[in-house]
Design a protein around this ligand. Structure first.
Ligand code: UN1
Length: 516
């Protein structure tokens, strides 16, 4: 690693990390702060298929020793990692503000989530229990052991550049697997530093390897192809549903069970008996936290008819208080820039669909620039990629209602009653997060059993999952696998059943008495 001068701090000149060595192979790409597109955070290479293959081979070799290292010892490396991350929390958070444009407050939360995950799994190393199982026969004992799968390929998005990789890498490593990770091209410096800090905490070289790339025909694709060559034993992915399906297909024909955390179009229902102030604030934060660039961001706020107009008035008023700007220069922002131009382009398109499908624009005007100013903008709008908070009135059946937009846009949707609200809440292809605001216990119960989602909040936001609860979705949001908490251990291990015979005879189950 070399450091280079950049506008607001140093930039890193980094290579892939393979077996603890830094490998400078491939065309060099650059990452700039999306708030000003000038501040360089990293110069990083694009891995060829051969480079990715080498990383996989190194991970296979490292597996031999790491899988035999006792789980409590692996856990102690995680404990050290938690301390190192805590020591570097502020530096990492500030780098995150520069590299992906999160507000400092949210960036700190992102790093904290990784610290909490490391602490949680550090002690799981002492609890990686198997079972003893009674045998049908005397003088025989049966056991189960958890065994690691092997080499896990991972591809992650840039919106939670420390937290989400930690949900994957930490349990994978704790259970004795080794990793080849292709992080987002939006967060190369953070990904590099994450692995360097892990190695500083005592992780042996080759246990976690990083290969960089960007775009379609690149490191991520090579990793998927290497899975198809039979070189991987596990795959974990956070990103779009389309890519998730492709990974699912390749994994399926290779008999690998992938972990897929995909898109969302998360509904938030507000019933007439709700605490309106709480609901307005919760819906607003669910829509605009991280500028809507969360898979858990709310997509549709479904409001019961009697309070619809009142909710709309208050919600628009609240949305008008949203402060947007450059998070490197200002602290009190709701959100910063889009992470990249591609996400911005996708978001801009919804302005056309909205109109075409008959949705009604209540607030918002697209990209913030000096000729399209936003009154509560802080900084230089022309320098970065910023969008106005945007509110539509929409209905089921519209693209606006059904498709993930991944930006600061929310739809208000009117429903007759709870039953219709539930029907609408399920009328999209996803099933990740969801929420309801109500003071009625039975309505909350009806929602809990009727909603099709992996995660639900009662009187709280769709975003902000805790680090030790199972995270994940159903339908278009994933394949039912879960990250976080003890549940994720199932994703990185298989059960090994062992029987031990003490009788001195050939004793077999389900055999006639001649063998008993
Ligand atoms: C994501 O957007 O991929 O629950 C993850 C939340 C965050 C994680 C979001 N803790 O909103």
């Amino acid at each position: 690693m070399n450091t280079l001068k950049s506008k607001y701090g140093n930039a890193l000149e980094i290579g892939h990390l393979i077996g603890g060595e830094e490998v400078f192979e491939g065309r060099v790409l650059e990452r700039h702060n999306p708030s000003d597109r000038e501040d360089l955070t990293a110069r990083f290479p694009e891995a060829s298929k051969e480079t990715v293959r080498r990383a996989v081979q190194v991970a296979r070799k490292a597996f031999e020793e790491w899988s035999r290292t006792p789980a409590p010892v692996r856990g102690s490396v995680l404990m050290n990692f938690a301390s190192v991350l805590a020591r570097e929390k502020e530096t990492l958070s500030r780098l995150m503000v520069r590299e992906i444009g999160k507000t400092l407050k949210e960036a700190r939360g992102d790093v904290q989530e990784a610290i909490d995950t490391a602490v949680f799994f550090a002690s799981e190393g002492r609890r990686l229990y198997g079972q003893t199982v009674p045998s049908e026969m005397a003088n025989k004992e049966l056991f189960t052991f958890r065994r690691p799968l092997g080499v896990a390929g991972m591809i992650t998005a840039g919106n939670f550049p420390i937290a989400v990789p930690s949900w994957k890498i930490i349990p994978a490593v704790l259970t004795g697997n080794t990793v080849v990770w292709k992080p987002s091209e939006d967060s190369p410096a953070l990904s590099y530093v994450f692995v360097k800090l892990f190695e500083e905490a005592g992780l042996p070289p080759g246990v976690v390897n990083v290969v960089f790339g960007a775009g379609k025909d690149s490191a991520g694709q090579w990793l998927i192809e290497l899975m198809d060559e039979g070189l991987l034993n596990k795959f974990a992915f956070t990103g779009s549903t389309a890519v998730g399906r492709q990974i699912g297909e390749v994994a399926g024909r290779n008999l690998i069970r992938p972990t897929l955390e995909l898109g969302g179009k998360n509904p938030l229902i507000v019933l007439a008996d709700a605490d309106l102030e709480l609901a307005v604030e919760g819906a607003w934060w669910s829509a605009f936290a991280t500028g809507g660039q969360r898979c858990t961001s709310a997509g549709n706020v479904i409001v019961e008819e009697p309070i619809y107009e009142e909710f709309k008035r208050r919600f628009l008023e609240k949305t008008e208080s949203t402060v947007v700007g450059n998070p490197l220069l200002y602290d009190d922002l709701t959100y910063g820039p889009f992470m990249n131009e591609r996400l911005f382009q996708r978001w801009s398109e919804h302005y056309q669909w909205g109109e075409q499908d008959g949705a009604k624009l209540l607030l918002g005007s697209g990209r913030i620039t000096s000729s399209n100013p936003y009154p509560r903008f802080r900084g230089d709008p022309d320098a970065g990629i910023f969008g106005t908070p945007t509110v539509w009135e929409a209905a089921p059946g519209m693209r606006q209602f059904e498709q993930e937009i991944f930006g600061p846009t929310i739809n208000l949707v009117k429903a007759k009653d709870l039953e219709q609200a539930l029907e609408y809440a399920n009328a999209h292809p996803y099933g990740l997060s969801s929420a309801i605001y109500t003071n009625h216990r039975h309505s909350a119960y009806r929602f809990k059993v009727g909603i099709k989602a992996g995660m639900s909040s009662i009187n709280n936001s769709t975003v902000g999952a805790e680090a030790h609860l199972p995270f994940g979705g159903i339908r278009g949001s994933g394949n039912g696998t879960r990250e976080s908490g003890v549940w994720v251990i199932e994703e990185y291990t298989y059960w090994h059943a062992v029987n031990e015979e003490y009788s001195g005879r050939l004793q077999l189950a389900q055999m006639d008495t001649a063998y008993a």
